[in-house]
Ligand binder design. Sequence first.
Ligand SMILES: CC(C)c1onc(-c2c(Cl)cccc2Cl)c1COc1ccc(-c2ccc3c(C(=O)O)csc3c2)cc1
Length: 229
Amino acid sequence: EITKEQQALMKIILDAYNRHQIPQDVAKKLLQDQYSAEENFLLLTEMATSQVQVLVEFTKNIPGFLSLDHEDQIALLKGSAVEAMFLRSAQVFSRKMPKGHTEVLEARIRKSGISEEFMTPMFNFYKSIGELHMVQEEQALLTAITILTPDRPHVKDQHAVERLQESMLDVLRKLCALQHPQEPQYFARLLGRLTELRTLNHYHTEMLTSWRMNDHKFTPLLCEIWDVQ
Ligand SMILES: CC(C)c1onc(-c2c(Cl)cccc2Cl)c1COc1ccc(-c2ccc3c(C(=O)O)csc3c2)cc1
């Protein structure tokens, strides 16, 4: 019982999700053959910077987002960037990239100065996303829902964000019922991943701190979105 306007919303979100992806020439750099921790960190920094740009373009296509208070738009992007990038990189792992990106991305993440204690929760998350076998529509909606989380730091008009998120959640709930009729708890499992994502934020903050203590440099865009340097 997905309504006509919900179908329209779904199409807009899916088109935006597919239209905005890391350019292939950037992604292909993962396949080059230098594998030092420094080289891996630089490549991952380039991936993250490109992914943030993609994320901003995707977010601008979420119906209603550009009508939110401008400072709240920034607060939502800053607050959700890491989670959206975990979701996106998780799709790379679960979609078994033909060009072998999966293996090289994992190898570079594992050897980029991230301490062991963060590897386990990070790769457990990647595994738990892979096990869901999400379709594109679910991935796109889940990313939009993550961005439209009302209780990010410094969001002033949380109700305005809540209204947008709720309409996305309603479409996702109906889509899950259609896509996974034999699995009534599938929608709840998807939302459970959003909770797991928020725990990864804390690990990520510590990852940033330890990189900075080892004098690793980030790009201006990442410094701005992560309030570092
Ligand atoms: C600054 C840097 C060292 C960093 O700090 N924390 C994290 C970080 C890490 Cl290490 C894990 C999870 C989240 C973050 Cl922010 C990172 C690296 O972030 C990445 C962001 C995004 C990709 C990413 C996305 C899409 C795709 C696609 C595709 O779509 O076709 C093909 S290849 C690829 C690669 C990889 C890495």
